[in-house]
Design a protein around this ligand. Structure first.
Ligand code: PLP
Length: 233
């Protein structure tokens, strides 16, 4: 379970590692947003992270997002929630009422539902197109060859703002082994309009976020390195 006493120090350590990785790549640390992935963590852990200056939080499950947002009360106003899990169409309204950034949009029907619900609520939702760069059957994300069609569908929708691309690479033995997958996502970004069309690259988790930053990540999604192990689901 999470060790709240050490949380601020772990957050600082992760921020320092992001800054060092950015420097190695000749990038500014301010170009990288740290998303604290709080799924499976108690609401006290989010509170402690907020107190330590953390702003962006990632959650994977609609019900958990809603429950934590309610439990935080007014403190939730200081947080920005991102939805990073598989999103079912019937959960879209619930999710975007709280999370205005959705990272794993991998099909046009989901994008259409997000836009429809966002428009009805007078919102604009930032979406990331998820790409399955490893071609794994078990993973979400569109195939690289389908990305152009997905982006065209997203661009046609009124209540979406395209944040960029997102990926979860295959599980590999070393962080370094994930590098080709991160480079592949960046290459797809460059093949589909470059940074002006697709400003963000959401990639990198606890075990490989430094490599992701070296390869151009603008958002890293870090859970256990900040909060410790999470409760099993
Ligand atoms: C859980 C999760 C993370 C964080 O994983 P850690 O290994 O704990 O850093 C990042 N991205 C997604 C999509 C996740 O589901």
């Amino acid at each position: 379970m999470s060790d709240l006493a050490g949380l601020a120090a772990r957050l600082d350590a992760v921020r320092a590692r992001i800054a060092a990785a950015a420097a190695r790549a000749g990038r500014s640390p301010s170009d990288v947003t740290l998303l604290a992935v709080s799924k499976g963590q108690p609401v006290e852990a989010l509170r402690a992270a907020l107190d330590a200056g953390q702003l962006d939080f990632g959650e994977n499950y609609a019900q958990e997002l809603e429950a934590k947002h309610a439990a935080l009360g007014p403190a939730a106003d200081g947080a920005r929630f991102h939805f990073i899990g598989r999103l079912q169409r019937n959960k879209v309204a619930k999710v975007i009422a709280i999370a205005r950034v959705v990272h794993a949009v991998d099909r046009a029907e989901l994008a259409q539902e997000i836009s429809r619900r966002a428009a009805a609520a007078g919102l604009v939702v930032r979406v990331f197109a998820e790409v399955n760069v490893g071609g794994e059957a078990s993973k979400g994300g569109c195939a690289p060859a389908e990305l152009g069609a997905l982006l065209d569908a997203m661009r046609a929708l009124p209540a979406l703002e395209i944040g960029g691309l997102m990926t979860i690479p295959p599980e590999v033995d070393t962080p370094e082994a994930a590098r080709p997958y991160f480079a592949a996502l960046r290459a797809l970004r460059d093949a589909h309009g470059g940074p002006s069309a697709l400003p963000g690259l959401s990639m990198g988790m606890s075990h490989d976020f430094e490599i992701a930053v070296e390869e151009g990540a603008t958002i890293v999604r870090v859970g256990t390195a900040i909060f410790g192990a999470r409760a099993p689901r």
